[in-house]
Design a protein around this ligand. Structure first.
Ligand SMILES: [Ca+2]
Ligand SMILES: [Ca+2]
Length: 236
């Protein structure tokens, strides 16, 4: 009897582990949702410094340092479309440009640990600025109106070096950065260390990867384990 009692829990844990590994190892079933607006900087208007904002600023470029969108700069042409971002904040310091996105519609999946973010950018310049470019996502637990309460979620603040060839665009990407429990708003942040401008950006992307809820699979596995356990007990 002692042996029989031990069989069923082993079967259950084995099947549950199999189900979990199936879920975690099945990215083909995850959905990918693009959440960035105007990643090619075709619609964005020139902006001045904006360190506080309202909900009307979500879903567009404009928060952070000022910038321009230009049709070309010397020998550098946009990578896509007819415009690109020029980092030209006039404060003589670095230039940081953000787009805030409301992801509260995915709260249930985020709080279940099922959501990650993938993001990328192309940078170009005639020389690699000292300190390097940055690309990252930051997040808030509630609707932000400034940078207080923000958390760094992934990517790098700086250090991304590019070549000095104006005819090539260098791509940087970060994949499957977990969106922590409680996150409701994220922002894609672009960083150029001079704000002179030396650097330009184009073709930004930001998407959420959402793994299907494992509850259904686990319930099926638990049901199968229960059936299997009863059969073993019946045979004994
Ligand atoms: Ca463009
Ligand atoms: Ca280049």
């Amino acid at each position: 009897m002692k042996g029989q009692v031990l069989v069923a829990p082993r079967a259950i844990s084995s099947l549950v582990l199999t189900a979990v590994s199936l879920v975690l190892g099945a990215p083909a079933h995850a959905s990918t949702i693009s959440i960035l607006t105007d990643g090619g900087f075709e619609a964005a208007a020139n902006q001045s410094l904006q360190l506080t904002w309202t909900a009307s600023d979500y879903g567009s470029w404009g928060v952070g340092d000022g910038f321009s969108t230009v049709t070309g700069a010397g020998s550098i042409a946009p990578l896509g479309g007819s415009k690109m971002l020029a980092f030209d904040s006039t404060d003589g310091l670095s230039s940081d440009v953000y787009q805030i996105v409301d992801i509260s519609g995915y709260a249930a999946q985020i709080d279940a640990g099922l959501v990650s973010a993938t993001f990328s950018i192309f940078y170009n310049a005639t020389s690699s600025p000292s300190g390097g470019f940055g690309l990252r996502i930051i997040g808030w637990a509630s609707a932000p109106t400034d940078f207080s309460g923000v958390t760094a979620l992934g990517g790098v603040v700086s250090g991304l070096a590019i070549d000095s060839d104006a005819s090539t665009w260098e791509q940087f990407a970060f994949s499957n950065v977990l969106v922590p429990t409680g996150t409701r708003f994220v922002a894609l942040g672009l960083h150029e260390p001079t704000g002179a401008p030396i650097g330009y950006a184009d073709n930004a992307t930001l998407s959420l990867n959402i793994v299907p809820e494992p509850a259904t699979v686990l319930l099926v596995a638990a049901g199968l384990a229960a059936v299997r356990g009863r059969r073993r007990l019946g045979r004994a």
